[in-house]
Design a protein around this ligand. Structure first.
Ligand code: DAH
Length: 334
C-alpha cells in the first residue's frame, strides 16, 4: 500500500509539472482529488487494511492529498490566466464611458451666491442643523406665543432641542463669539414640517446675511442686496423692499427683485414683474442685548433668502420635490 502511494505521488508530480494549460490542471485535480478520484479510492482501500497498518497509511494518503493540491495550485499560478488571444480582441468596440456626476442645481446656485458674497467682503460661516430653542427662537426675540414655535411648525427632537427652522440662529452664534464689525453669510438647510407639495418641502436651503458695525444703515442693506442680485442676474435687476414684520429686525421688510427673465410678465414672476426673494431688516436692539452687544453703539442689518426658489426660477423647475428625489435623469440635466 505504501509503495503504491509513493508511486502515485511521483506520477502525480510528473503529470502536474507537464500540464501546459489551466484546463489540463483542472482535469488532473478531478483525476486525483475528485470525489471518485485516485485519492478517494486509496481511502477506501485503506479501510480494508489490518488495524495496525491503518494509521500510517492514513497519514501518507493525507500527505499525498495535501501535496497534490499544493502542486496543482503552484502550477496554476505559473501558468496564470490564459494569455488573451490577440485576434479575439476587437479594438474598435467603443469603451464604456464612466458616469461623471454633476453639481446639484441648488448647490450651483448656493455656491454662486457664496462666491458673490465673498466678493462683497462677507465671510462664510456654517452653523448647526440641530439647535436649541434659545438660538432658534429666544435670542432672536421670537416669543413663546409665536406660531413658528408650535410643534406643527417645528421639528422638535426632545425638550428644547430641535431641527433649525431657519438659518437665523447662526447670527446669534456668530455674534456671541465675536465682536463687531462683522460681515457674514451663513448657508445651509433648514427644516419645517410643512405639508409637501410643488412649492413646499420639509427641508430646504437658506442663505442668511448679517452685517454689524458702528454705522450700518438700511441704505447699506439695500445696496448689498442690489449688488448681490445684480451679480447673479445682471445690471438691470432692481431690488425693492416692502414693509413687513420679523421679531428679530426693526424695521423689517420683505424684498423682491425685478424679474430677470422677462420684460413684460412671464410664468416665473406670474406676470407681476417682481419675484419675492426673502426677508430682511435692521437688527432689533433686543437681539443685540441677547448677545451682549451695546445697542446704543452698534447697528446692523440682516437678511434671509430661500435658495431653492432661486435655483428653480433659474432653471424653470416648477416642483421643489424634483430637487430632492435624487432622480439622476432629472439632476443630470443641470
Ligand atoms: N428667518 C426668516 C425666515 O426663515 C427669514 C429672515 C427674515 C431672515 C428677515 C433674516 C431677516 O435675517 O432679517 O422666515
Amino acid at each position: 500500500m505504501l509503495d503504491r502511494i509513493d508511486k502515485i505521488a511521483e506520477e502525480a508530480g510528473r503529470k502536474i509539472a507537464e500540464a501546459d494549460s489551466p484546463a489540463a490542471l483542472d482535469a488532473l485535480r478531478v483525476e486525483y482529488l475528485g470525489r471518485k478520484g485516485i485519492v478517494a479510492d486509496l481511502m477506501k482501500r485503506m479501510v480494508a487494511l489490518p488495524a495496525e497498518q491503518k494509521p500510517e497509511a492514513g497519514q501518507r494518503i493525507n500527505q499525498l492529498k495535501q501535496q497534490t493540491s499544493k502542486r496543482l495550485d503552484e502550477r496554476k499560478a505559473v501558468l496564470g490566466v490564459p494569455a488573451a488571444d490577440a485576434e479575439s480582441i476587437d479594438y474598435t468596440v467603443p469603451g464604456t464611458r464612466p458616469r461623471v456626476g454633476t453639481e446639484h442645481p441648488v448647490n450651483q446656485t448656493l455656491n454662486e451666491l457664496l462666491r458673490i458674497s465673498a466678493n462683497l467682503g462677507f465671510e462664510i460661516v456654517r452653523g448647526q442643523e440641530v439647535e436649541t430653542e434659545r438660538y432658534n427662537f429666544e435670542a432672536l426675540n421670537i416669543p413663546l406665543e409665536h406660531p413658528s414655535r408650535d410643534a406643527f411648525d417645528t421639528f422638535y427632537l426632545h425638550d428644547d432641542v430641535l431641527l433649525r427652522s431657519h438659518t437665523s440662529p447662526v447670527q446669534i452664534r456668530t455674534m456671541e463669539e465675536r465682536t463687531p464689525p462683522l460681515r457674514i453669510v451663513a448657508p445651509g438647510v433648514v427644516y419645517r414640517p410643512d405639508t409637501v407639495d410643488a412649492s413646499h418641502f420639509y427641508m430646504f436651503n437658506q442663505l442668511e446675511g448679517l452685517m454689524v458695525g458702528e454705522d450700518v444703515t438700511l441704505a447699506d442693506l439695500k445696496t448689498v442686496l442690489h449688488l448681490l442680485f445684480q451679480s447673479l442676474y445682471g445690471e438691470r435687476v432692481h431690488v425693492r423692499l416692502r414693509p413687513s414684520f420679523f421679531p428679530f429686525t426693526e424695521p423689517s421688510a420683505e424684498f423682491d427683485i425685478s424679474c430677470p427673465f422677462c420684460d413684460s410678465g412671464c410664468a416665473v414672476c406670474k406676470k407681476k414683474g417682481w419675484i419675492e426673494m426673502g426677508g430682511c431688516g435692521m437688527v432689533d436692539p433686543k437681539v443685540f442685548e441677547a448677545v451682549g452687544y451695546d445697542p446704543e453703539r452698534y447697528t446692523g442689518f440682516a437678511f434671509g433668502l430661500g435658495v431653492d426658489r432661486i435655483a428653480m426660477a433659474q432653471h424653470g423647475i416648477h416642483d421643489i420635490r424634483l430637487m430632492y428625489e435624487n432622480d439622476i435623469r432629472f439632476l443630470s440635466q443641470f
